[in-house]
Design a protein around this ligand. Structure first.
Ligand SMILES: Cc1ncc(COP(=O)(O)O)c(C=O)c1O
Length: 433
């Protein structure tokens, strides 16, 4: 940023003039954010906010972490970019570290610049490895904003393209609060996973390359499948020789109390995609596979900025900080505490229909008159929380799920402060009805 601070009104005016209108922002009365430190953000008037969204699950190590920032600055001053037609070391250091922390035999990586690009690349790899072209995706999932990743996305809100790609079939997801098959867990015997078999048999030629899924559907509303779900789904896919691409773009790097969320289900993905928190704010994307799958990608493939030394060093420094500061463990402990507190709020406020998630990836679905989505009320809650200096997110098919995804450096006091304010805000919104 150069020169004087414009303030929100001027920014909104300039957005209308220079930015495409598809880019919305939160809040009726938004602030201009100018500074971040740890779990806190500061606006143009110096007001402090407790950040419970972390730039949508990106700032896992906290805002402007001095060690990460210093390493990035040092690299920018030494060697910023040459393209991977030349040999540089940081990309290999990060790839080796990812091979160590990712589940099972995931080992070889391709680096790019965003989550969308990682998913697009993962699908390409699956097609090359299987020599098949059709794809499966979960309803309610979100995978990106390019032609293919948007076509794989199972949320109308984010499916802008009026002529999406063909060869994609959708499988019902494990949304137990609103079961797409109108069943109840565990009596359902995981009919949603079994539905994959029916979709394969009825809607595809049988030549399916891969199914793509998030372990917890972030944009879908923090939808968290039961423990038996992914093992059952993987078994079915294996029967048909279909690869499982697991999208850890929102769930990865300690967020759910393990390095990767899929570890909660104890299965090994065939291909895994990552982005967001790996760079702690620096653009980065990567997909990783075991050698027998990765080694089928032999024809030239490159990304000008993918694997650049600055993003790679940011990734390495971020992983070091997450390890050194015990942030995976903190996410597990404080996530359990946050869930306990949210469940207590649910008992008090009928507004909260469901609390779900793992670690510090938690959602609270707001409903009224039974299970009708309380969408405008969700906006009201967000606005009132912001006025009190606390930033939370919203997500879900009906945009009625409060999203709690703070930097993993938060404390118990931060959780208590957020919960106390949320309790009062929910009462205020309830009273106004
Ligand atoms: C689960 C998931 N996959 C993919 C993406 C796309 O990532 P990006 O915005 O970095 O392209 C997102 C973005 O929110 C996401 O949440």
């Amino acid at each position: 940023m150069t020169g004087k601070i414009w303030g929100p009104a001027e920014i909104i005016k300039k957005k209308k003039e220079y930015i495409m209108p598809c880019l919305y922002h939160f809040y009726q009365a938004p602030m201009q954010l100018v500074r971040g430190e740890k779990q806190y953000l500061y606006d143009h008037e110096g007001k402090k906010y407790l950040d419970f969204l972390a730039g949508i699950s990106v700032i896992n190590a906290g805002h402007c972490h001095p060690e990460i920032t210093d390493r990035i600055c040092e690299q920018v001053k030494t060697l910023q970019h040459v393209c991977n037609i030349y040999l540089t070391q940081p990309m290999l250091e990060l790839a080796a570290k990812l091979a160590q922390i990712t589940p099972g035999r995931l080992q070889k990586s391709f680096f790019c610049n965003s989550g969308t690009e990682a998913n697009e690349g993962a699908v390409l790899l699956a097609k090359i490895a299987t020599r098949r072209s059709e794809l499966l995706a979960l309803q309610n999932g979100l995978y990106g904003r390019t032609y293919l990743t948007m076509s794989l996305t199972g949320l109308r809100f984010w499916r802008t393209d009026p002529s999406p790609a063909g060869g994609i079939s959708f499988v019902p997801n494990a949304y137990c609060y609103r079961c797409p098959l109108n069943l109840t867990y565990p009596g359902c015997d995981l009919a949603c996973a079994e539905a994959a078999r029916q979709v394969i048999e009825t809607s595809t030629s049988g030549e399916v390359a891969a199914l793509i899924a998030e372990p917890i559907q972030g944009n879908g509303g923090m939808i968290t499948p039961p423990p038996e779900y992914f093992p059952r789904l993987k078994e079915i896919l294996d029967e048909y020789g279909i690869l499982l691409i697991i999208d850890e773009i929102q769930t990865g790097f300690g967020r759910t109390g393990k390095w990767f969320a899929i570890e909660h289900w104890n299965i090994e993905p065939d291909i895994m995609t990552m982005a967001k928190a790996l760079g702690n704010g620096v653009p980065i994307g990567v997909f990783t596979a075991p050698p027998e799958i990765a080694d089928t990608y032999t024809r030239p493939g490159a990304s000008t900025l993918g694997g650049n030394p600055v993003s790679m060093v940011a990734g390495l420094a971020t992983l070091e900080v997450i390890e050194k500061e015990g942030l995976v463990q903190n996410a597990a402990a404080l996530g359990a505490y946050l869930k306990e507190k949210l469940v207590l709020l649910q008992e008090k406020h009928p507004f909260i229909g469901d609390v779900r998630g793992l670690g510090l990836m938690m959602g609270a679905e707001l409903v009224k008159d039974g299970k009708e989505p309380a969408t405008p009320e969700t906006d009201q809650v967000l606005e009132l929380m912001k006025d009190r200096g606390i930033l939370i997110g919203k997500t879900g098919r009906a945009r009625n799920v409060l999203a709690f995804q703070p930097p993993l450096v938060i404390t118990r006091d931060n959780v208590d402060e957020m919960i106390e304010n949320l309790d009062e805000v929910l009462s205020e919104v309830e009273r106004s009805k």
